[in-house]
Structure formats: C-alpha cells, structure tokens
Design a protein around this ligand. Structure first.
Ligand code: ZN
Length: 236
C-alpha cells in the first residue's frame, strides 16, 4: 500500500474513534440532566405526600375541635334540663341533644377514618422518603462516576487528536483537503473499505475493473457514487 493511503486509512481509524468519544462526551450533560430529573421526581413525590398528610391532619384537628365544642354545648344543654318546666320543652331538648350526639358520633367516626388514612399515607411517605434519600446518595455517586468517565474521555480525545494531527501533517495538501471535505460532507467517514465489490461507505456496487484496481492500494481511488477514498483491507 502506498504510504499516503496508509496514512489516510490510519487517520480515518483515529477520527472514527474520536467521533465516538466526542459523541459520548456530548451525551454527558443529557445523562446528567436525566439523573437529576429522576431525583427531583422522587423528592417531589415526598413533598406532595407530606402536603397531603398535613392537609388531612389539619382536617382531623379541625374536626376534633368541632367535636369538643359540640360536646361542651351538649353538656351545657343537659345541665339546664332541671330548669325545664314542661314535658314538651323537655322532649324538645332531649331530641336536640340526641341529634347532636348522633352528629358527634358521625364526626368521631370521620376522625377515626382520617387517622387510619393518615397512618396509611405515612407508611407510603416513609417509603418514598427512604427511596429519595437512597437515590440522593446514588445520584451523588453516579455524578462522580460520570465526571470521572468524562475526564477520561477528555484525555482520550486529546490523545487521539494529537495522533490524528501528526498523521495529517504527513499527507499532501491535496489529500488533506480532500479528506477534510469528505469528513464534513460524508458524516465523518472519508476513507472506506470495499467488500465483495461493494463500497462500505454508500453500499453501492463498484465496477469490477475498478474493484481490482482498488485491491492493489497503489493509488488514491474514490468511490464513483459517494466520492469516498478507498482503502482496501481483506478483513472487514
Ligand atoms: Zn461509496
């Protein structure tokens, strides 16, 4: 293989790795945002559950206060029963206290239901809180891991760039220009192999005679369909 072609082929290998690493690096902020969002969701759930519990507890306290007041009132009414002169009046007061008592029983039942519901929700809340705390720790670890990964990607990217630039300085101005244009216009793939007479850049068949020429690797040959530079390798 002529040296220039070999150099271009190596450059492509480095650039392909570079693109993969850069893609990984570009995904890091998205991954980070996803992790944060997931944690925020868990925290929001805890806050929402807490809010509901507090709301129900407020309702319970209000009902208890209402019950106490009503009980006091019944007591007062009952304490005045002896002052009543007529049976009709007596019956009326009795009827009123009975109705009030029935209302109180209902309120008591409602309070019990509220207490049960609050207890149930507190269990969910405890579970959610424990999960959020666990996620918080995990997210810290994941973020550190991601940072570590990114700094390693960064150093690999720098190393690959240096190697690629060193090779780039070895090729002629024309080959360099052609390579650069193809890298831009052919989504990062400028040098390709050919397998069974098919260009592995655009997957079009190339003429048999040209394929024979390509396998010699004796000069720069480009694909008639996509213009990519051919670098023939038996294994691909
Ligand atoms: Zn092609």
């Amino acid at each position: 293989m002529i040296e220039e072609l070999e150099t271009l082929c190596e450059m492509q290998k480095l650039d392909t790795q570079l693109i993969q690493h850069e893609r990984k690096r570009a995904q890091a902020p998205k991954r980070l945002a996803e992790i944060e969002q997931d944690l925020q969701k868990a925290k929001d759930k805890v806050a929402k559950e807490k809010e509901i519990i507090e709301e129900l507890d407020k309702e319970r306290r209000r009902k208890e206060k209402e019950l106490d007041t009503e009980k006091e009132r019944i007591k007062k009414v009952q304490s005045k029963l002896y002052e009543i002169k007529t049976n009709k009046e007596y019956q009326a007061v009795l009827k009123e206290t009975e109705a009030a008592q029935a209302a109180n029983d209902k309120t008591e039942e409602e309070i019990i239901l509220l207490l049960e519901r609050i207890e149930e929700l507190r269990k969910d809340y405890d579970t959610s809180l424990a999960y959020a705390k666990k996620r918080d720790k995990e997210v810290e670890a994941e973020k550190k891991e991601l940072e570590k990964e990114m700094s390693s990607v960064e150093s690999v990217v720098n190393k690959l760039k240096k190697e690629r630039d060193a090779l780039l300085s070895k090729v002629s101005g024309e080959a360099k220009a052609r390579y650069k244009v193809l890298m831009e216009k052919r989504s990062g793939l400028a040098v390709v192999n050919v397998k069974n007479g098919v260009c592995l850049g655009c997957y079009m068949n190339i003429p048999p005679q040209l394929f024979i020429e390509v396998t010699k690797n004796a000069r720069l040959i480009t694909c008639p369909s996509c213009n990519r530079i051919f670098c023939y390798r038996e294994e691909s």
